[in-house]
Write a new protein. Structure first.
Length: 588
């Protein structure tokens, strides 16, 4: 599970890094990413508890801009260790202050912040991101041994750039101390954050800072209402720090320090690290559907794409059958088998001389035909002489046109999947010429290879004729058989085209003789078998292997920064791990 969350989180970052990706729903994706990063870090905190169960108490001081977080940290520490500034967004990375921490703590925290750079002190550049600092301090008797974290604001303009460090620190915390002022307590960002971290079930303190005494009751009442709207647990009693223009006097400082430390001690008693896994499970379950929703939309689009391609393939196969195989004028494959049969019917001793003679006779015709054509032909133009090839090329264009229109329709109709379909549309347009060239080349290859099936059919026909010697001798003795054989040789040597071969009187007579005589039923069966073999070959070798598969593979060319690109199997495995509560808690 942990590995899946890391992978999913990385995909969110990649998608959101593309300024055009998922335009219009970026805000919701950003929210999903925040809760995902929180859950990933919270699971790693469970691993930290497992590997270092005695690591010191962790306290995260959080809040919006100008609420006084750093001042509260210094108040607890009794010394100004955290840098204070009137500038919004001054603190840009987590700064930890360890009270009586041990060396083991540094090692465990380093593992937890493994992808962050550790700064030596808070004096280093404030512009650094994905980093943290951890400073060792002496004992403060008023509070238990712990690490107090001063954190970046979660509502400043630059907060997106350091949100990961903030969320990781919150997930690390055993206790959360929310600092809000009279100017910020009603901000929605405050309550969005408090709602998101509720599932962590951390003991929480609220510090109302810069509050004038006369407005305290009004603010407290409004604060309670906001809490109840955002969370289902009971709001803790706020700790108020009164506002004085001249600042707190020494007595007030001591009283406030004592009050804060007393609340921290009470909250420390409520920490239940043994419930970490249970809280992890609740957090993941709460957000799971929203995290994986974009994945499911992509997987749905993938499934629809596969269905669309399959339906388009079925459509062209129906057209292939109707326009060629079942068309009485266009189906020419059986006639080619008859041409092979006629060559086999030649009288063995006479055949070689007859064939050579016919080649010589047809040579002038072939030369004239060559002269009448353009001097330069592509190999495709030279080979594409059959009606079947022409039909297959037409069906390719029909397939691409139908598929393109369907993809554009999907892109315009389904807003949530618009990016996916737009990418497929763009790639389909870019690859169309190459797809056409590859398909035409595969058509020519198929046409040559299928000749062996035609020759096999001719041999089966001859064998059947040999089983009926009287019919075979009658055919050999019939004058139109010799005429047809001569025409067949002209066809094979390029003297005439296939359509001329089929329409010659001799061929018409021979076809009629074979189909209307005693062999008629057998000839019909052979024709049907040849059609079925040809249909299966075209379906498997051309449309499935050389068209459907390359078309489906187009999705692999999609810009990976624009899509989540997590397959259905990986998601199913993660959901199984969630059901079985298998989390993989090793954090490094």
């Amino acid at each position: 599970m942990l590995e899946f969350l890391r992978h999913l989180s990385a995909r969110y970052r990649a998608v959101l890094s593309d300024c055009k990706a998922y335009n219009g729903i970026r805000e919701s994706l950003n929210r999903h990413q925040d809760s995902l990063q929180l859950a990933e870090a919270f699971l790693e905190k469970a691993g930290l508890i497992q590997n270092a169960p005695q690591h010191p108490l962790q306290i995260a001081v959080i809040g919006p801009t100008q609420s006084g977080k750093s001042s509260i940290v210094n108040l607890i520490l009794t010394e100004p260790h955290a840098k204070v500034s009137p500038l919004a967004g001054f603190t840009t990375y987590p700064q930890g202050f360890s009270i009586a921490g041990q060396n083991d703590e540094y090692n465990s925290v380093s593992d937890y912040f493994r992808n962050f750079k550790r700064l030596i002190s808070t004096d280093e550049s404030q512009n650094q991101l994905d980093c943290y600092s951890l400073t060792q301090l002496t004992n403060i008797p008023a509070i238990p041994a712990c690490t107090i974290w001063d954190t970046p604001d979660f509502d400043s303009i630059q907060s997106d750039s350091y949100q990961n460090g903030l969320l990781r620190t919150i997930a690390l915390a055993d206790i959360v101390l929310l600092v809000i002022s009279k100017d910020k307590y009603a901000d929605q960002t405050v309550w969005d954050m408090m709602s998101m971290i509720e599932a962590l079930n951390q003991p929480t303190l609220i510090c109302l800072n810069k509050i004038q005494q006369e407005s305290l009751s009004i603010i407290t009442a409004s604060l309670t209402e906001k809490w109840q709207q955002s969370r289902s647990d009971t709001m803790p009693t706020p700790i108020s720090l009164a506002f004085f223009k001249g600042g707190l006097d020494s007595n007030k400082i001591v009283d406030t320090q004592n009050e804060l430390c007393s609340h921290i001690k009470q909250s420390a008693q409520k920490v239940r690290r043994d419930k970490q896994i249970e809280q992890c499970h609740k957090l993941i379950k709460k957000h799971w559907n929203e995290w994986v929703s974009p994945l499911r939309l992509e997987q749905q689009a993938n499934s629809e794409w596969e269905t669309l391609v399959a339906e388009s393939i079925e459509d062209v196969l129906v057209l292939y059958r109707s326009r060629y195989l079942d068309h009485p004028q266009h189906f020419e494959t059986f006639q080619r088998a008859l041409a092979e049969l006629l060559a086999l019917l030649e009288i063995p001793l006479v055949a070689p001389l007859l064939i050579q003679t016919r080649k010589i006779i047809t040579w002038p015709i072939r030369q004239i035909l060559n002269i009448s054509q353009p001097s330069k032909k592509t190999s495709h133009e030279q080979q594409a002489t059959t009606h079947e090839i022409q039909i297959l090329e037409q069906l390719f264009h029909h397939f691409i046109l139908h598929l393109t229109e369907a993809v554009l329709s999907k892109r315009d109709d389904i807003n949530e999947q618009r990016l996916w379909w737009n990418e497929i549309s763009t790639i389909l347009k870019q690859q169309r010429q190459q797809l056409e060239q590859n398909f035409i080349a595969s058509v020519q290859t198929y046409h040559k290879q299928f000749q062996s099936e035609i020759e096999s059919t001719a041999r089966h026909l001859l064998k059947k004729l040999e089983d009926q010697p009287a019919t075979l001798n009658s055919l050999r003795a019939t004058r139109f058989t010799t005429d047809a054989a001569a025409i067949a040789v002209s066809l094979k040597t390029g003297g005439i085209g296939l359509q001329d071969f089929i329409l010659t009187p001799a061929m018409l007579s021979l076809t009629s003789y074979l189909t209307e005589g005693a062999l008629g039923t057998y000839m019909n069966r052979v024709t049907a078998e040849l059609k079925q073999t040809q249909y299966s070959t075209v379906k498997d070798q051309l449309f499935n292997k050389n068209l459907s598969q390359p078309i489906l593979l187009l999705r692999s060319n999609v810009n990976q920064n624009k899509l989540f690109a997590i397959d259905k199997k990986e998601l199913e495995q993660a959901e199984e791990q969630l059901r079985e509560r298998r989390y993989g808690l090793r954090i490094y």
